[in-house]
Structures are given as structure tokens and as C-alpha cells.
Design a protein around this ligand. Structure first.
Ligand SMILES: [Zn+2]
Ligand SMILES: [Zn+2]
Length: 373
């Protein structure tokens, strides 16, 4: 958007009267009778500039921070016609109005979008799932089918506006007398009046109801993912189209599987002897029991990767992997024979000259370390 002072063709220190005159001149030049059709945007720009510069508070904000400050600040930006006071009326009389245009308004409006949280298990996001979700929503009234009228009746033409939906009147503005139109108070702009509203929906054309919706959850979604279901939101008033339904995924934590992206992580606890000798262990996965081979000489935190046993990739083929971290368990309660065997093993491996594990405290351990053992 251009500089507001340039738009009106005034200097930065122009006074209120000068700004008003400049606006009046520009606006007249842009009138369809003078300039021909197709100058709505220019007129909006000129009007926005005038709206800001004619208001001392807005003008000060604009002078300090420029137009960005104004647009971010919530005023000046939205030229909607209706909330523009005097200028909105002029705009309407010039260009037919931004809101509603000509003719009566329709009662039917689009329903609201709805957001529903869905709790899902890890298996659901890994494989994808179909779930039934209760949704409190609006549905089209079955009695009147959205017409809002009691069965057998129809809306009647409004006598105040003869079905036009709007009332025209002359208004004095700073541009002189202009014809402005406003919604008819007799029919709220609809052009018709519902004499006997449907009892079941109180003339709204829709009723509030809990619905069980079957929804499909694609593999690979995660907490915070929103799935849009087009046209599954609230039914609109008076037979208007449905809004959209958004499912927001909340993933429940799993007992022993942790997820990171498409990969899963878990631990496998194996005895010290199995880590040394190698062995095969059963492991519970999302795909049922699988065998994990621990190779001889496995160290703590060694990882075994089971390909393709992770979470399904969102909108892509394939699955992540399952990473199994080996936790080596040192035996804690040794009986005499076991202790003897371990001692023999230590002797065989030349590991028996290690200083006995007396409680030497931290200093003793440090000394041991620095003695170059
Ligand atoms: Zn109804
Ligand atoms: Zn009316």
C-alpha cells in the first residue's frame, strides 16, 4: 500500500481541513459517473488514507510507525464497508456495497468448522486405523429439511421492503447527499419473513446432536497432527453447507516402546552371560513376538535394529525401524558355587589381580586409577 499522504496528495503537515478537502476531491474523481467503472480499489485506498489521517490518534500512530503499525494494530486495514461508518455508506452508494450486494440476503450460511481431539494408541498411528468418535455437532433439521418453516408452510415476502431486503434512504455525508442502503429491519435483510417457524429447530434449520462419526486415521500421524475432513463439521443454519471437521491427534504413550519420528526404541535386558556368549531372545513388538539375536560379546547399549517394525510413514510407503538397545544385567545375588565359578573365570582370564572391592571411598579409587594399573 502506498503512503497515505501521497494517496491524498497532501504534505505531511497538512491540517484537518486540507485533508478533508483533498479526500472530497479525490473521491469525486473516482465516482463511477466520473471515472467510469473499475475504481473500487483506488477508492478504498483513498478512503483508508482519509480514515487514518482524519483521526488524530490513528494519524499519530501512522506517523510514528508507518502503515505496518496500523495494519498490525487492528484498525485501518479492514475496509469492509459495514464497519466503516460514514465512509462505508459512501462506498456502498458508489459501488453497490461490499456486504450483501444487491438483493436480499440468504438465510443459509456455512456451518462452523469443528475440532475434535482423538486419543490414539501407538498401534493406531503405526498401522493406521478406523475409529468411531463421538462429536457434538449441528445436523440439518429432519423435520423441516433446513427450510426453517413448520411443515406445510413457506416464508412470506416482507411487506416493509417488498422482498428487497434493504431500505434505501438519502443521507448527508461530507460528500453531500448520497443514497445509502441498510438492511430492512422487518426481515433483517432476508426479504422474507418466517411466520410459523419449525418447532423442532426453533426456525434455525438445524439441531444440536451427538453423532458417532467413523473416522480414518492414517499411519504416521503424531500428537498435534490435524486431519481435515471436508464437509463433516457443523451443518449450517437454514440448510447452509457443512463446515469442515478437524481431528486433532493425541497419541497415548506406550508401555515399552518409545517413538521418535517413524522409528521406535525399546530396551532388551539380557544377562551378562548371554551378552558374552550370544543368544536369541523373544521380544514383543507391534507386529507380535519377534526373535532378537544378541551376538557374542555384546556390550551395554549395543543396538540391534529390526528393519521395518517401526511406524508407518505418513503419506509414503514403508515403515520406520525398531531399535533395540541391549541392557546387560550383572547378576546381583550369587550363591557360593556361582561366585566360585566367576572367580575361576576371572582367574582364567587374568582378571583376578584386580584390587578387591573394599570401600575405599572416592580418593582410593582415584589413587588406583592414577597408579597406572
Ligand atoms: Zn426444523
Ligand atoms: Zn424486509
Amino acid at each position: 500500500m502506498s503512503n497515505y499522504y501521497e494517496v491524498l496528495g497532501v504534505s505531511r503537515d497538512a491540517g484537518a481541513e486540507e485533508i478533508k478537502k483533498a479526500y472530497r476531491k479525490k473521491a469525486r474523481q473516482l465516482h463511477p459517473d466520473v471515472a467510469g467503472p473499475g475504481h473500487e480499489e483506488e477508492f478504498k485506498e483513498v478512503s483508508t488514507a482519509y480514515e487514518v489521517l482524519s483521526d488524530p490518534d490513528k494519524r499519530q500512530v501512522y506517523d510514528l510507525g508507518g502503515e505496518d503499525a496500523l495494519r498490525g494494530g487492528g484498525f485501518g486495514g479492514g475496509f469492509a464497508g459495514a464497519d466503516f461508518g460514514d465512509l462505508g455508506g459512501i462506498f456502498q452508494s458508489f459501488f453497490g456495497g461490499a456486504a450483501g450486494g444487491r438483493g436480499p440476503a440468504s438465510r443459509a450460511r456455512r456451518g462452523q468448522d469443528a475440532l475434535v481431539a482423538v486419543e490414539v494408541e501407538l498401534a493406531d498411528v503405526a498401522f493406521g486405523a478406523t475409529r468411531t468418535v463421538p462429536v457434538d455437532t449441528y445436523v440439518t433439521c429432519t423435520t423441516c429439511g433446513g427450510s426453517c418453516c413448520a411443515p406445510g408452510t413457506d416464508p412470506v415476502t416482507c411487506s416493509q421492503c417488498n422482498g428487497q431486503g434493504s431500505i434505501q434512504r438519502m443521507t448527508r455525508t461530507l460528500l453531500g447527499q448520497v443514497m445509502t442502503s441498510s438492511p430492512c429491519p422487518g426481515c433483517q435483510g432476508y426479504g422474507t419473513v418466517i411466520v410459523t417457524p419449525c418447532k423442532d429447530c426453533s426456525g434455525e434449520g438445524r439441531t444440536h446432536r451427538r453423532q458417532e462419526l467413523e473416522v480414518s486415521i492414517p499411519a504416521g500421524v503424531s500428537t498435534g497432527t490435524r486431519i481435515r475432513m471436508s464437509g463433516r463439521g457443523e451443518a449450517g443454519p437454514a440448510g447452509g453447507p457443512n463446515g469442515d471437521l478437524y481431528l486433532e491427534i493425541h497419541e497415548k504413550p506406550h508401555d515399552f516402546l518409545e517413538r521418535e519420528g517413524d522409528d521406535l526404541y525399546t530396551e532388551l535386558r539380557v544377562p551378562m552371560t548371554a551378552a558374552a556368549l550370544g543368544a536369541t531372545f523373544p521380544l514383543q513388538t507391534l507386529d507380535g513376538e519377534r526373535q532378537v539375536t544378541v551376538r557374542p560379546g555384546s556390550q551395554p547399549n549395543d543396538e540391534v535394529v529390526l528393519d521395518g517394525l517401526g511406524v508407518g510413514r505418513l503419506r509414503r510407503k514403508g515403515r520406520g525401524d525398531l531399535h533395540v538397545s541391549i541392557v546387560v544385567e550383572t547378576p546381583t545375588r550369587l550363591d557360593d558355587r556361582q561366585r566360585q565359578l566367576l572367580k575361576e573365570l576371572a582367574a582364567l582370564r587374568g582378571e583376578d589381580d584386580v584390587a578387591p572391592a573394599k570401600d575405599e571411598g572416592v580418593m582410593g579409587k582415584l589413587k588406583e586409577r592414577f597408579s597406572g594399573r
